[in-house]
Structures are given as C-alpha cells and as structure tokens.
Design a protein around this ligand. Structure first.
Ligand code: URP
Ligand code: ZN
Ligand code: ZN
Length: 422
C-alpha cells in the first residue's frame, strides 16, 4: 500500500469534462490532440473522466460513428471516457437506432441548430429526436445558435472584405444564441423531455435557461472557462497581426467582458450546472492558417482540457464560487446529469477512487512549456494561478504526481453510462 501525503491539501473527486473533441475531423483537418495526448493533458490538470463526441456522417448510421470513435480511443485513452453521439441526420431508421446506441451506454445526443448544410438539423427533426429520446431515456444536448441568419451575416461580411478573426465574433451575435436557446427549450417543453444546453456563452441565453427552469422545466446548461476568462477583445489579435486572434476562434464566439459577471452568477446560483471545456484544439501552424484569408475557414475550437480546474479554482479564490460549488460544477453535476454517479463525481465507498490531491497554495503558470496539450500556443500565456493538482489518481492508480506522468498509456476504460434519471 502506498502512502500519499495530502497534508495541507484538499482531496476532491477527479474532474469530469463532459465536452471534448479529441481527434475530431473539421474542414479537412483533425483536432490536434488524440485520445493519448488529450487524456494525458486532462490528467495533468486533474480531470480523470471525459465525455467525447462521436459524429454521425450525414446519411450514415449511428453505430458506424460509434465504432469509429471506439477505434480512436481504444488502447490510447489514459483516463476513463464515455461518448455522446452527434446526430446529423435522423430519418426513421436512425430514430430507431438511437435505442441501440443507448444500449451501448451512449445515453446523450447532441443536435445542432447551427452550421447549415453540415451539422444543422431542422426543427421537425430535432423535435422527432427529442420525442424518441424521451421514449428511451436519453438526454438531448443542444448547440443552440440559430445558424441560418448567422450564415447570411457571415456571407455579407466576407463580401465586404471583412475577413479577420474578430469578424467570427461579430457575425455570430448574442441574439442568435438567445433565440436558439429559447427555441430549444420550447421544443423540449412540447416534447416533454429534459434538455441540456452545451457551451452557453452569453447573458441572454442564460436568461432563457433561467426562465425555463423557473417554469419547472428540466433545463440544464454548461458553460466553459473561455467564456468566463476571455473575451471578444482576444479575437482582435495584436496591432501587428490581427490573425493572432485565430487562437481564440471557437463557437459560440467569445463575448464582450460584461457577460462574465452573469455567467459567474449563474454558476453560483445553480442556474448553470456544469463547466466543461469544449476542448477542440487546432495549431496556429498550419491548421488555423487555413483561415488567414477568411475567418469562416478558421477551424473552430480552443484548447482547454488541461486548464479547467486551475481556472475554476481562481473563481473560488476570488470569492465568486464556493469550494463545494467548484467540485459540484467540475465533477459531481456532470456525473449526475450524464449517468455516471456515484461511480464517478464523488468520494464514496463503492465508487471509483478517482481522486485529486489539490494543493491550494501551489503556483502554476499556464504557459505552453508547462502544459501537455499538443497545440502550439497557450490560450492564457503568462497567467499564473494559485491552486493546482499535486496527485491525480484514476481507479486508485496514480497518474500524475508533482507534475510527473506515472500513469499507464491506454489504461482508460470506456464507460457505459446510465440513462437520464435526475
Ligand atoms: O468551436 C467549437 N466549439 N468547436 C467544436 C464544435 C462545437 O460546436 O462544439
Ligand atoms: Zn457545439
Ligand atoms: Zn463542442
């Protein structure tokens, strides 16, 4: 038996990142972290479970997508993992197939109101998928930006020669997320099913969630650290090179700073339930470069799988959330919502011993050389946080101690998740 000295530290459940995109194809390239580098980076940051997104090919089966993602993860993942299923096409055969996917332990589906022609599902398809989810106990999660007007705004900006990364933010207005959120909630209300909003970024979208919850609906929402710590200003890049802003192109876009306060308040007041990362990293060279002439071609996504707990603990230090709430939004709530509790997300007899010894006094700079994600830039360069993992364990095995990797490559197991039971 090994003794681990946790004096002066907190012992907390391993973090659960309910929203990642490892090895994800996008616009002819793939997100740069695969299941090996991505899960090693996650563990260094105190995350011991992730839920990644399998993506149905348009016209393809859900099973085919699930098989593809199992192949990506198998033998590579170093922490335990589950999958959500992105459904891009739901004719009757796939509506039926949703039940088989749930049987495989993939109990949540992501649907898109954005990206017309690529990922967008029309409202009747969304509604049918919601009804089906209700029958089989699956949870629908929603990318709720209203994509049809967005594409027109983007087209117009490009025709006017507005091609720099900042226009990514200026062409995806808050109104598009607010109306998408309201519509998703209305559809879920009519279908009589719960709904979970992914990567909520703005005040008005949050207000729609609060209204739904106040009406007694089962509406849940996650936000991400980038919407709490970064802003639209980061998309402007530097005076010498506005394209530096490409580092911060993610969707929904980073918002003006005044949104931060309402999102923190939402987390504090249990109006937002989860903080996940939407980790979807692309290198500046050559991946983000694909969009040097047009912001619309910049691969969408940011790195974040490794820095989520460090950043959220800043919220504890700054009095914005309590220590208990920090654990709840980063581990316990995602475990409960996504059918992993109490195996994951808590410290209890019978649960997996996924534990983090969290040193509240450890200083850590979120610089490129200190991080393990493969991406070639740091999203928070020079930022020094106080509070970091000292020891990280998965099922009782030490993965990381004092920033040294001690884990087994490929030691992560697939998690069959329960159906929605909150
Ligand atoms: O920019 C992002 N978020 N990329 C990943 C795809 C998505 O919509 O989550
Ligand atoms: Zn999305
Ligand atoms: Zn995402």
């Amino acid at each position: 038996v090994e003794n681990i000295d946790a004096r002066g530290s907190y012992v907390i459940p391993g973090g659960i990142d309910a929203h990642t995109h490892l090895d994800m194809p996008f616009g002819g390239t793939n997100s740069i972290d695969d299941f090996r580098s991505g899960t090693v980076a996650a563990a260094h940051g105190g995350t011991t479970t992730l839920i990644d997104f399998a993506i149905q090919k348009k016209g393809g089966s859900l099973k085919e997508a699930l098989d593809t993602w199992h192949e990506k993860a198998q033998g590579k993942a170093c922490i335990d993992y589950g999958f959500h299923m992105i459904a891009t096409d739901v004719p009757p055969a796939q509506l039926k197939e949703m039940a088989d996917i749930v049987q495989e332990g993939v109990t949540s589906f992501k649907l898109f109101m954005a990206y017309p022609g690529v990922l967008l599902l029309d409202d009747s398809s969304i509604f049918r998928a919601m009804l089906r989810a209700g029958e089989i106990g699956a949870l629908i999660t929603m990318h709720a930006e209203h994509g049809l007007p967005i594409d027109v705004i983007v087209e117009r900006a490009l025709a006017e020669g507005r091609t720099a990364p900042i226009y990514h933010a200026l062409t995806r207005p808050e109104a598009a997320e607010a109306t998408g959120t309201e519509r998703a909630i209305a559809l879920a209300e009519m279908a009589g099913v719960p709904v979970y909003m992914v990567h909520l970024s703005s005040t008005r979208a949050l207000e729609r969630v609060i209204e739904g919850r106040d009406r007694g609906l089962k509406v849940y929402a996650e936000t991400c650290p980038q919407y709490l710590f970064l802003s639209e200003d980061d998309l402007r890049g530097t005076p010498e090179d506005p394209f530096e802003g490409a580092k911060y192109v993610c969707t929904p876009p980073l918002r003006p700073k005044h949104h931060h306060g309402s999102l923190w308040r939402g987390l504090r007041n249990h109006e937002l339930q989860v903080v996940a990362t939407d980790h979807c990293p692309f290198c500046m060279h050559p991946q983000k470069e694909l969009g040097r002439d047009s912001f619309a071609k910049i691969p969408n996504g940011m790195p974040g799988i490794e820095t989520r707990l460090h950043l959220m603990y800043e919220g504890v230090r700054n009095g914005l959330i309590s220590l208990n709430r920090f654990v709840e939004i980063t581990a316990t709530a995602p475990a409960k919502i996504f059918g992993l509790y109490p195996k994951k997300g808590t410290i209890a007899i019978g649960g997996d011993a996924d534990l983090v010894v969290w040193d509240p006094n450890k200083k850590f700079e979120l610089s490129l050389e200190n991080l393990h994600m493969k991406v070639d830039y740091a999203a928070y360069p020079g930022k020094v946080v106080t509070g970091a993992p000292k020891t990280v364990m998965s099922r009782g095995q030490v993965l990381v101690h004092d920033d040294r990797w001690l884990g087994k490559l490929g030691g992560g197991e697939f998690l069959k998740r329960r159906t929605f039971d909150l």
